[in-house]
Design a protein around this ligand. Structure first.
Ligand SMILES: [Zn+2]
Ligand SMILES: [Zn+2]
Length: 319
């Protein structure tokens, strides 16, 4: 098993790095806060021993995830309804709208889409709206055939003569139109699709930092680590369990806040692992963090944070 111990930078190393950075950022302020009247300003005269009042050893955990925002299942759903029911549905249209920002969308991820409404000729009635059947009244002949009694001649001989007239039920056609039960006479039924809302799919790398030091630099540190992870040395782990079991030995120090931070980072890591849209793209890094509470001769208080090992660390300060 490889040694997981990491060497934390010492106070002087951190302070030196901070001095150089601070003087580069604002030399005047440095001179004002650390200079001595009548003497030439020199960085060498500013020592950690003199200005660092207290230190605290903390830790930070970092990993990055990749998230596909806006991905929705591709499959479409189709509905077929009777014509009068189309108006009961609420349709959406995205024609000419381009891709949408999922974050701004209120509503379902799949919606009935206006442009997909299509009339489908009714199969049962072949698009006529009715079916024809033989007229029952005339039995399909179109005629009502009756017998007429005719009394013929002097003897008034009773004779029956045919007499027919057009059927008044089918208007002499012999057939009757029955409203089609499938399309209810509307000749067509309507189909439309329930399609995924066209979201922009954005694949983003998201840095995740959990730190036990209460700094206001978390967002900044997170962003920096995302860009220059190779320039800071931390202990890398492939799984969180390993990190949990080795972090105390790795850091060489421990406190309640670190323990809490590891727990919350662990549950965060777990929920990202379960998220179907997310993918963890880095190993898990454990960084030593040193928090230094400083005060200048003029009574101005500030803090310096270091993140990383003695080999490679970054610093942050609110000076
Ligand atoms: Zn008839
Ligand atoms: Zn029909």
């Amino acid at each position: 098993m490889p040694d997981v111990r990491i060497k934390t930078p010492n106070l002087d190393e951190i302070f030196e790095k901070w001095k150089l950075l601070a003087v580069r950022n604002d030399k005047k302020k440095m001179e004002k806060q650390f200079g001595t009247k009548g003497a030439i300003f020199s960085l060498d005269a500013i020592s950690a021993a003199e200005y660092v009042k207290d230190t605290q050893k903390e830790a930070a955990i970092y990993f990055a995830i990749k998230k596909t925002v806006g991905a929705v299942p591709k499959d479409a759903e189709e509905k077929i309804v009777l014509a009068p029911r189309v108006v009961r549905e609420i349709f959406y249209s995205f024609k000419g709208e381009g891709k949408l920002n999922k974050e701004n969308w209120k509503g379902d991820e799949k919606v009935p889409t206006y442009e997909t409404i299509q009339a489908v000729s009714c199969k049962k009635c072949s698009g006529k709206g009715f079916t024809e059947e033989k007229c029952k009244t005339c039995k399909g002949t179109g005629k009502i055939e009756e017998k007429l009694t005719v009394l013929t001649g002097e003897e008034q001989k009773k004779e029956e003569k045919p007499f027919s007239y057009p059927c008044g039920v089918c208007f002499g056609t012999g057939t009757r139109k029955i409203k089609c039960s499938d399309c209810e006479g509307h000749k067509s039924v309507f189909k439309y699709q329930i399609l995924p809302v066209p979201f922009k799919t954005v694949v983003t790398g998201i840095p995740v930092l959990h730190s036990s030091a209460q700094t206001k630099y978390e967002k900044e540190i997170e962003r920096d680590l995302h860009q220059i992870i190779e320039e800071v040395e931390g202990i890398r782990f492939n799984d969180f369990k390993e990190l949990e079991s080795k972090s105390e030995a790795s850091l060489g120090y421990w406190n309640k806040n670190i323990k809490k931070t590891i727990n919350s980072a662990g549950s965060d890591y777990k929920s990202h692992s379960k998220d179907k849209e997310a993918q963890i793209t880095t190993q898990i890094y454990l960084f030593p963090m040193i928090q230094m509470f400083c005060e200048t001769k003029r009574g101005s208080k500030f803090e310096i944070y270091s993140l990383g090992s003695a080999n490679k660390f970054m610093i942050y300060s609110n000076f």
